[in-house]
Design a protein. Sequence first.
Lengths: 195, 557
Amino acid sequence: MPVMTLAEIDATGRKAARGCGCPWGLAEEAGKSARWLASHGLPGAESLAALLQDNEGCCVGTGKPCALALGASLADRAATIDDEPVRTAPVADPLLVIAQMGCAADALHRSFLLEWHGGRAIVGRHTLSFEGSAMASDMTCRAIADPDNRVPPSPASRTVAGQAWAALEALAHRVLVPASDASRAGAGAGLQDND
Amino acid sequence: MEPHTAPLTPPLRPPSQVMRLARMGSAHQSRLSFMRSLLRSLKRENWAFDRPVWSVDDHGVGHAVYRAIGPRRTYSLIAFAHDLPDDMRSDRVIATAWDATFALFDGTPDKDDIARLSRNVPKQEAGRISDRELSLSRANRSVRLWSHVVDRLAAGQQPDAEQINAVGYLMRTTAVYGSGKFGAADRAVLAGRTIMGAPFHAEMLAVWLIRSFSLDLVEHMARVRGGDRATRIAAPLRHRLGIGNSTGLGMAPFLVNHPALLNAWMTARETAIARVRALPDAPPAAQATFRRRLEQARENAADWRSEHPVQIPRLEALRADLDLLADRVAGGALDTEAPWDALMLWSAKALTLEGQEQLASLILEPHGDLVDELTAEMATDEADSFRIEGTMTVAALRSLISRDYDWAIGIDHDAADRCARFWYVSEEKLEPRLGQRHEEPGAEREQPLDISRAVHALDTALREEDNATLIADFLLRRAEFRHTVRRVQIGATRPYSEIRENLIDSDLLPIDMLRCKLAFFGASRFDPRSDRWVRICLYRNAPFPDDLATMPEDEWA
């Protein structure tokens, strides 16, 4: 299985989501979510690859927001989430919602409890506790008291499932512009370099 | 209650003045530049340096290890020297072979590490490094100067000073990758470290050690050729050799893609300038330092060459500006009240942007005690500024746009010249490029660097919304604006986060973006080779590892 840096998981995740048709802003959340999950030992690149492959294009405008879009919307409102549970529409994969609330917890120094059929997760600044399994379900999210843990996860590289990584790279490839005479000439002056 | 004696924080130059490309493209290195802050830190902490491995054959092929040993950590540059045919030598990032390749290792490498790296580092992007490595880079020789120096040293003679001045380096790097690229350690690995936590200090350390390697290799080749007759480069000439660098479009989007970091850098520099301007007088010691540094700047401007039609007149103007400045100082400008502020005010009317920005850097020189601490503020955790605050109202976002983006709203982005370019990433080498929207294919795969156009479109869309609508609700319907909303919110508390320029305009000069960043690195002698790539010199006149301890602190740049 390939070993990838967290920066590579972030960048490839972002480009893959964009390649799938997501707007750039949401694609940025996709990369950050994959990175966050991987840093906490969860299958971030794999979850994102599965979502992007299932979606066959971005959910935006279809009226059926995917886990990425729902998670982004929930995280956008994280500052006002209190102990009253907020319920989401059903999502195929709770991990991508958890990741975005995890990023929000990091930024806001707050903690949230997320629950779904099959599991629960608590995210706080730099922390995650996860029970059960990720399965399709609606979710609830509420704020809880801040757990006292401030050690960030290791920034070391992580192994990624080969098939998932290949899928992300194939999607990421779609944001690239094929080589042309113009692109080759574009960056340099075309001068001799033996001087 | 004790009286508050801290100096008032003087006003900083506004972003509307500072964040324009014509001015950013006139930036000069300063005390806050990363090369200088790195060498100051290494000197103050008494770092030791050695070369535990030198295994290079008579053809100049092999490897070497250079170590920097500090009180807490050791870093090692592993250099691989190759025998590159002239017809394969290209400074373009799309090259596939180089005269030398390098990795900066976190610690001291053992034989297995070196064997692993010898299979990967020479391949650069096609290889794979690990969490133990902090950067990956390569360099080519300056063929002209290299041959001259080997010939002379082999014959027991010193190289010609004029030729050394004209080129300025024996090798030029063509890419220095760090921060999680190609398997290298993630930026977060370095984030908490005392010296390497600062932006680009790991990359700048690698380049400084590459400079030593370039000297060692040229002297090695001279010994191979000349045997006992061969000599080494004598100290005065030796220090004039820096490391060259060719930088193209690949670097240009960096400042746009890292708005919080750009804000941190610009805020540090502007704060430093403002602190000096607030000083009531210039004591004799400060005056002496300023005069000495001004003379160095004049010498640098006199030696600085370019054949580019944009840079030639700028250089002439800079030399004239520095003459005017020297006259002004000789006429007693430093003996007035608030002399630094007065000089800055005078320069805004009397000098070109090149001269104004050179002066802004020069007034920091006598004031290390006042400004050097600001380098600690130049790193930033970008995760802190990533989250969109969805509880903001449409009205609040619109008022941010009208405060920070008035310059963008007035642009007619539908006019052909105002949207003439598009930024993209090429499939061939995964590098950023700039295309002609109306002439080339690929605009549907555009990168989001069309900031002014995107903010304009966001503003137009927000006009259709109720003022009390929450941004979270707006974005649920209009996700295409997430990227732009994030930028506007990042700028809310970071006034220097945005280049205030239409980056898809037909008149854009990408070299202005490159120069701003390279000046923060500490580069000098910007020599544009087109409107989109530039050659520079790094560490010219800087100490080497073996004389860092004995040379005066931070007097070289």
